[in-house]
Design a protein. Structure first.
Length: 569
């Protein structure tokens, strides 16, 4: 109890806040040397934590392995040296395309240590999703597993920049020409490595994220992002010496890098990783076994836990848990109230994005939570909601506007790869627009309303309608298509596709299933429509643009709004 009572209040944390505080703790500056790979391993060893566990890893079958901070240091050196031996140069994009195995986490640090840019991609991506992102980034090397390399093989001849396909768990003899085996345990351990002399603005991580128009955009981050990620992990996730921290997110998405690698390790905190899908019993057993103290999860997972009831939670010893936080989609009030019943602790909502690189609006430990609200801006983050017509801050409490941030915090995205126009389009009147709507109450708490575009948020993962529609159009039966969000009790939203067929095709259940599988294989299970409705025509503007808004409104039972610009059917 006493620890909670001595926590600074929100006002105390905001008063006189300066990111310099974080710079001092880390010993970095914007102009000086900073390397995330070094900060997450070598520096922690220098601080006397070399033998402390950094990664406690477990796979779906329950097999496990523990890596100390010294292991992280030496093995990331080893991967860095290996990449150098292949002539991978600083600034080149190296893709990580793996399940949550140790090589993914250690490889991330190794890539950064030798000055290349880490491009993590979700291992469930199919060949089209993979190709789009590798092609856009001009990726020169990809590190993957035996079970995923077939997807790379299918597209390699269409990726002229891709020089190296590195497989971590295959013997050379089983690989095809032009592929390289990298068995980390068999490589000579590199004790000392000259870390690339990156400075604050040196590119570090490239994360692809979806928007309404066009293919996904590569959000390019820099090493200075550490300054935001370190402090937000410490204050919002409340990481303290002795903690056992668990972040459910996959490093294919930004939560899995900012708070599944950089945040905890730059703080010298032990983290546990479970390379396995969702299962309530298994998750509780994992928390109990490892005595997890801080848990960063997501609303979809919480809703699945809720479905199994408080009794299942009570059957496990979850008394080690001290702090719970959530991200990715709206955390409904019921979930906060339920978690208090089940765990004796509320989930703290945190709001941010791939582009923000760190938590920007949040509930701090010790701050009074209003269930259903995202909380308040992190110190050093100036957030507001703007009137959508004037792009001036809304002055009446409770009115809905566009969530906007004043640019300049350390982990803000620096550009979209190869897409300066898309980046410029995110700013109005000197504000960065998140693409979301919210209101702010009289106490300064933010309340999420919804996205301000057609992006579908399924289980906390953004999927762009354009990418789905492009895949649909490649199917021989499809003439036109529109992908929209449809409500779902667990994932909040799932993909629904409306499709018109080419002459000679019949829209029956078999075709629906075939098209669903087609999208799942080419893109990912997330992007697969859960329902396909065959229609005679799609609503369009007079200029012929498909209006997803009308289709979406029907799914949600909402008013369709102004249809005066639509073509008469
Ligand atoms: C979008 C960003 C950064 C975490 C993983 C997602 C939605 C995120 C919340 C929240 C309501 C949320 C927004 C945002 N979102 N957190 N606490 N409440 N919505 O990163 O893939 O870039 O998605 O996720 O729509 O813009 P991302």
């Amino acid at each position: 109890m006493s620890a909670v009572m001595t926590l600074p209040t929100y006002e105390e944390r905001v008063a006189g806040f300066d990111w310099a505080l974080s710079e001092e703790e880390l010993g970095v500056s914007r102009e000086g040397r900073v390397n995330i790979g070094w900060h997450c391993s070598d520096r922690i060893c220098d601080q006397g934590r070399a033998q402390a566990p950094a990664l406690i890893w477990e796979d779906f079958a329950g097999a496990g392995r523990v890596y100390t901070f010294n292991d992280l240091r030496v093995l990331s050196n080893t991967i860095a040296r290996f990449l150098q031996s292949l002539d991978v140069a600083p600034g080149e994009r190296v893709c990580l395309f793996m399940d949550r195995i140790p090589e993914l986490y250690i490889g991330f640090l190794g890539i950064l240590k030798m000055g290349a840019i880490a491009q993590p991609l979700f291992s469930a991506f199919g060949e089209d999703s993979l190709w789009t992102r590798l092609e856009n980034a001009g990726t020169t090397a990809i590190i993957t597993q035996k079970k995923h390399v077939h997807k790379v093989r299918k597209i390699r001849d269409r990726l002229p920049a891709l020089k190296h396909v590195i497989v971590v768990d295959a013997a050379s003899a089983t690989l095809q020409p032009g592929e390289t085996a990298m068995a980390l345990d068999a490589l000579p351990r590199v004790e000392r490595f000259a870390v690339y002399p990156s400075t604050g603005e040196t590119p570090s991580v490239l994360h692809y994220t979806s928007g309404t128009t066009g293919q996904p955009k590569g959000a390019q981050h820099v090493h200075y992002s550490l300054v935001s990620q370190y402090l937000t992990a410490k204050w919002v996730l409340d990481l303290q010496p002795g903690d056992i921290y668990w972040c459910n997110a996959d490093p294919g998405w930004v939560t899995g890098t900012s708070y599944g690698i950089i945040g905890p390790w730059s703080n010298g905190i032990t983290q546990v990783v479970l390379d396995s899908g969702f299962n309530t019993e298994r998750w509780y057993a994992f928390v109990a076994k490892h005595r997890v103290t801080v848990w960063y999860s997501a609303p979809t997972a919480i809703r699945l836990l809720m479905r199994d009831g408080t009794e299942m939670a009570k059957r496990h010893d979850l008394s080690s848990l001290r702090h719970l936080a959530s991200v990715g989609e709206p955390l409904n009030a019921e979930a906060v109230i339920w978690s208090k019943e089940a765990f004796g602790l509320p989930f703290h909502d945190t709001f941010w994005q791939t582009e923000t690189g760190c938590i920007v609006i949040t509930n701090f430990p010790g701050m009074p939570i209003k269930p259903g609200s995202m909380g308040k801006p992190f110190p050093g983050i100036k957030a507001t909601v703007l009137d959508p017509r004037t792009f001036e801050p809304v002055t009446t409490p409770g009115s809905v506007g566009l969530i906007a941030l004043r640019p300049g915090w350390p982990s803000m995205v620096r550009s979209y790869w190869n897409n300066p126009g898309g980046y410029a389009n995110k700013f109005r009147n000197g504000w960065y627009l998140c693409g979301d709507r919210a209101s702010v109450d009289t106490d300064g708490y933010f309340w999420f309303v919804g996205r301000d575009d057609d992006v579908i948020n399924t289980g906390g993962h953004l999927v762009g309608p354009f990418e789905i529609e492009s895949a649909l159009l490649e199917h021989p039966a499809v003439a036109e298509s529109a992908a929209v969000a449809k409500p779902d009790p667990v994932n909040m939203e799932v993909v629904k596709a409306f499709v018109t067929l080419k002459p000679g095709y019949r829209g029956d259940a078999d075709l629906e299933l075939e098209i669903m599988n087609y999208v799942r294989k080419r893109l990912s299970p997330l992007a697969m429509p859960q329902e396909i409705e065959f229609v005679a025509s799609l609503p369009k503007t007079r200029s012929g643009k498909i209006v997803r808004r009308v289709l979406r409104a029907k799914e949600w039972g909402e008013p369709v709004g102004d249809t005066s610009t639509l073509m008469d059917e």
